[in-house]
Design a protein. Structure first.
Length: 134
């Protein structure tokens, strides 16, 4: 258990130190790209009358697989780019690759912004669409 805690703490410390290190521009670009993809997907969800992404993925077993597959398609390229850039960063700075740090960084730079933006975009677009039709 101590090794797991140590690994997570190392991952967090490494992540926190990265915005001031090499390749720091990706801390702005990657979440922005993931957010733009999430906005596009959220607008498509609203047009199709689908529920908010995170809520539906958590509660709707029948559609969970399709929702996650859709998110995987949207995030495929940003996740690959985030992975390649973080591997390059780790090789330059740490002279090796730490998988937990890699997963942590990729999740925070690409997956988390996507999940946090897609649902609210759907809700706002749906609300605006209802206002225009009323």
């Amino acid at each position: 258990m101590d090794a797991l805690v140590e690994t997570v703490l190392r991952g967090w410390e490494g992540f926190a130190a990265r915005p001031s290190g090499p390749l720091s521009l990706r801390f702005l670009i990657q979440p922005a790209i993931a957010s733009l993809l999430a906005i596009r997907a959220g607008l498509a969800d609203a047009r199709a009358g689908r529920p908010a992404f995170l809520w539906a993925a958590a509660t709707d077993r029948a559609h969970r697989g399709a929702l996650l597959l859709d998110a995987a398609r949207d995030l495929r390229t940003p996740l690959i780019v985030a992975t390649v850039l973080d591997v390059a960063y780790q090789i330059v700075v740490h002279r090796g690759v730490y998988v937990v740090e890699l997963a942590f960084t990729v999740a925070l730079l690409a997956f988390v912004p996507y999940v946090l933006v897609r649902g609210p975009t759907n809700r706002v677009a749906s609300a605006v669409g209802r206002d225009h039709h009323a």
